[in-house]
Design a protein around this ligand. Structure first.
Ligand SMILES: [Zn+2]
Ligand SMILES: [Zn+2]
Ligand SMILES: [Zn+2]
Length: 358
């Protein structure tokens, strides 16, 4: 992210003694004449107008005001001696800077009615155009990101509810799974299946960034996509910027800035390569205790892939068939037809343990 300056705007402050709004650069209340207190907060004006006047621009850029350590008078950032008492300002306290005041308000705010005579005035006016009374501020300043915060808390609540739901469901499954029953049953039936995947060379389609494709790939099609973001521009990049916002400069002025970054685009391609992949599966099945592997003739360039074996043993429990499955050949060989076994069956009706009956 880089910060981009869009220019400077004048802020305003409210007199704590008479509640009058004053332009940022005014150091003494225009209504009651009180000096601006040290802890005065600057706010955005009713409308953020970018300053074009060269004199005002200089004032905005000199840096934070300095409070005189002897009489408290507010002096511009480039002053060396106090305009009121002539005191040395090197030891003076500088105003705070850098506070984000809110999103830039470019649209004019609604008119403000004078509390004394009811005359509507533009929100940027400090005094009533009819009776001269100080005008209060129209509406509240738009804050930088209140909407985003609210949304994230809603997401958090939904997230917590989901976690509770998943935990509850998981707990229920655990309970049900743990409720086991033991019973003795005889082997009624056995069956086996052994299969082998045959791998062969064939065209396969994949996707990747152009510079990450294998060297022997043939490209089908490419399209530009966002690959990364950077603070700096590059060959194929586009600048994107966030909402402009106003930052207090401590001088009665604010700087309007925008956070920007560059989207870097690159070619994302669909390509074809010839590679080893499953072309067929050969299998053998049977219903005895002597399983064997399927025989297969391999063509040029072909090789054997994954081999799998599954063995099923069927028991009759209370007149119902229950199947026990294993991939262990040594275990399978022990299930002679008619032999008696101790079965442990869980709450879902699944056999979880098999032991020879004594
Ligand atoms: Zn005042
Ligand atoms: Zn002074
Ligand atoms: Zn008025």
């Amino acid at each position: 992210m880089t910060k981009k300056s869009l220019g400077y705007v004048e802020l305003e402050w409210t007199c704590p003694y008479c509640n009058t709004r004053n332009p940022g650069r005014v150091k003494v209340c225009s209504n009651c004449g009180a000096a601006q207190p040290k802890d005065t907060q600057f706010n955005q004006a009713a409308e953020d107008k970018i300053i074009t006047d060269q004199e005002e621009l200089k004032q905005a850029q000199v840096g934070p005001d300095i409070h005189c350590p002897f009489c408290g008078t507010r002096n511009p950032g480039n002053a060396t001696t106090c305009s009121n008492c002539g005191g040395d300002l090197t030891e003076g306290e500088k105003r705070e800077t850098g506070k984000v005041l809110g999103a830039q308000q470019t649209a004019p705010s609604a008119d403000v009615l004078c509390e004394y005579c009811g005359t509507p005035n533009p929100a940027t006016n400090f005094k009533c155009s009819n009776c001269g009374s100080p005008l209060s501020k129209a509406g509240a300043t738009v804050k930088a990101q209140p909407a985003a915060k609210k949304r994230s808390s809603t997401f958090m609540i939904i997230g917590i509810l989901l976690v509770l739901l998943v935990c509850g469901g998981f707990g229920y499954m655990m309970m049900k799974g743990a409720q086991t029953k033991s019973t003795v049953a005889a082997v009624q039936d056995v069956s086996w299946k052994r299969s082998i995947v045959v791998l062969g060379l064939a065209p396969a389609t994949h996707e990747a960034w152009r510079d990450e494709m294998p060297f022997d790939a043939s490209v089908n099609s490419c399209s530009e996509r966002e690959r990364s973001r950077s603070s700096f521009p590059s060959a194929n990049s586009e600048e994107v910027c966030g909402t402009p916002y106003v930052v207090d400069q401590g001088s009665g002025f604010g700087e309007t800035v925008q956070d920007c970054e560059y989207i870097i685009y690159d070619d994302y391609c669909e390509y074809t390569v010839i590679e080893l992949q499953p072309v067929r599966v050969v299998e053998e099945t049977g219903s005895d205790l002597n399983p064997f592997w399927p025989q297969t003739r391999l063509d040029q360039g072909q090789e054997l892939g994954e081999q799998t074996e599954t063995y099923r043993i069927t028991f009759i429990v209370n007149g119902e068939s229950k199947v026990y499955e294993t991939e262990n050949f040594d275990e399978y060989q022990r299930f002679q037809l008619g032999s008696k076994w101790n079965l442990e069956i869980n709450g879902f009706g699944k056999i979880v343990r098999v032991e020879p009956a004594p």
